[in-house]
Design a protein around this ligand. Structure first.
Ligand SMILES: [Fe+2]
Ligand SMILES: [Fe+2]
Length: 477
């Protein structure tokens, strides 16, 4: 049984926070720092209220309520999915044992690290997106931006709850650090590269929510398998919210492609720059950038740390229980990306066999890639139905990598290895140039009138929570 959170409490929650006064006080003293961070690093566009979804429960029917909320009064709660009392560890050397309600001493440092890395991404994306409200293409999109932002804020709360509740003084210090690091900061940047990149325009925002939030979905999916049950239950609930972020990205790119097709047909040209739409080659370049930096988030192609996390039961595989193997992988193998060297010392793109445990990052990254193909397929269907011959595609895994085996070389989106000098000369063919970015930015004129939309994007097929597109999703200040 779960109960609906009590929203008269300072920190709404379903974890019986009032029964642990020490923990409650610690979180209540972190709360003003969080609100201060939200004020200084969160959304910059002043609003009176926004039509937002707020989590209130974790049950099967109705876990959220919708209503117009003044942003500073939004309530960030702590929610863990329902406990399964019979849950057993699903993989690794503890497979079949009961899951853990406390942090085992020998895995303390590793678990804390995993939680901090996940926690660091949540506020980072809010920081990256903070100025987008000023150029929103419609009130519907503006509302979705704020929805994503408040939920990333809640995901930070989710990780901070774990740090405070299970990791003592060190956990509390890490919770403070999560507010001190900032996206793009020179002195104390966010931990992972993609979270220090800018999100300066709405095409970037849709690509980010499609490709980078989707990395988050896969990381949460592995942590949901964890033998540390509070982490598992936290991530399970976060995944529910994350689905909306994916939808914003998927349909956002849909609508950009749709509009480009319309303008191409109307003017019978592919050269739609200057006609107020985003040319297909520019969409492809943004896709290339966001996909390749998101691949880097999966870490090295091989990792003994991740092998150890798996064996210890800290972090599983995507959909662990659907895998048809022994869930220990001690005698399995996997092919991973690698560079091979010929007799002349010439490097080439290839693969090598490693133990399945050591190749777990590759396993997760491949699951992610096949999921990403789904988006490309639907965008290409829009092109096809519009009678346009161009197609989008995911670049090769070797393209524009800063992490993993392919970081050492340069390659085209087709996976052809090229000399560094050629990369320097030609990268503007594949990644957004200053000219591309300036053009996209020039389109980013705000449309804040009810029912209206910018000319570079098609309206959505559906509104939010059954409301029409022209609903008053946001009241500006
Ligand atoms: Fe998140
Ligand atoms: Fe997200």
């Amino acid at each position: 049984m779960t109960t609906t959170a009590d929203y008269t409490e300072k920190i709404p929650n379903n974890v019986n926070l009032h029964e642990d006064r020490r923990l409650q006080r610690a979180l209540e003293s972190w709360q003003p720092n969080f609100l201060n961070w939200w004020q200084t690093m969160g959304p910059t566009l002043p609003t009176r209220d926004v039509y937002l979804r707020t989590a209130i429960n974790v049950g099967r029917d109705g876990w959220a309520q919708f209503g117009h909320v003044a942003m500073p009064e939004y309530r960030w709660g702590i929610f863990l999915a329902e406990r399964d009392p019979g849950r057993k560890v699903g993989f690794g050397e503890h497979k079949g044992e009961p899951v853990w309600d406390k942090v085992p001493g020998e895995y303390r440092a590793e678990l804390q690290r995993l939680i901090v890395i996940q926690g660091d991404t949540e506020p980072a994306s809010v920081e990256q997106q903070r100025n987008l409200g000023a150029t929103a293409p419609s009130l519907y999109d503006l509302r979705n931006l704020f929805q994503v932002n408040v939920e990333e804020g809640r995901h930070l709360w989710a990780m901070v709850y774990l740090l405070h509740a299970y990791f003592g003084r060190e956990g509390r210090e890490e919770a403070e650090e999560l507010l001190h690091r900032n996206s793009g900061s020179l002195d104390s940047p966010r931990i992972l590269g993609a979270f220090n990149e800018e999100t300066p325009d709405w095409l970037s925002f849709y690509m980010f929510t499609y490709f980078t939030d989707r990395d988050g979905k896969y990381q949460l999916g592995t942590l949901k398998e964890s033998a540390f049950d509070p982490l598992s239950r936290t991530c399970e609930f976060m995944l529910k919210e994350e689905a909306h972020h994916m939808m914003v990205g998927t349909t956002g790119v849909d609508r950009v492609v749709q509009r480009t097709v319309e303008v191409m047909r109307e003017h019978d040209t592919g050269d739609v720059a200057g006609l107020g739409a985003i040319p297909l080659p520019v969409i492809q370049k943004y896709l290339n950038f966001h996909y390749s930096v998101s691949l880097d988030l999966f870490g090295g192609d091989t990792s003994t740390n991740v092998a150890n996390y798996y064996t210890a039961g800290l972090k599983g595989r995507w959909l662990e229980d659907r895998r048809k193997d022994d869930h220990k992988l001690t005698s399995d193998a996997i092919m991973v990306d690698a560079l091979s060297e010929d007799a002349n010392g010439e490097l080439s793109i290839g693969q090598t066999e490693v133990s399945a445990l050591v190749g777990l990052n590759t396993d997760l990254r491949r699951e992610y890639t096949s999921d990403c193909q789904g988006g490309v397929k639907r965008w290409n269907r829009i092109l096809e139905e519009g009678g346009v011959s161009g197609r989008l595609k995911l670049p090769h895994a070797a393209f524009n990598r800063k992490v993993g085996a392919f970081a050492a070389i340069e390659a085209t989106p087709d996976g052809e290895k090229i000399p560094a000098e050629e990369w320097q000369r030609r990268q503007g063919e594949w990644l957004p140039t200053e000219v591309d970015k300036t053009y996209v930015r020039s389109l980013m004129q705000p449309v804040h009138q009810r029912g209206k939309i910018a000319a570079w994007i098609a309206p959505p097929r559906n509104g939010i929570n059954g409301q029409p597109f022209d609903y008053d999703y946001v009241h500006l200040a």
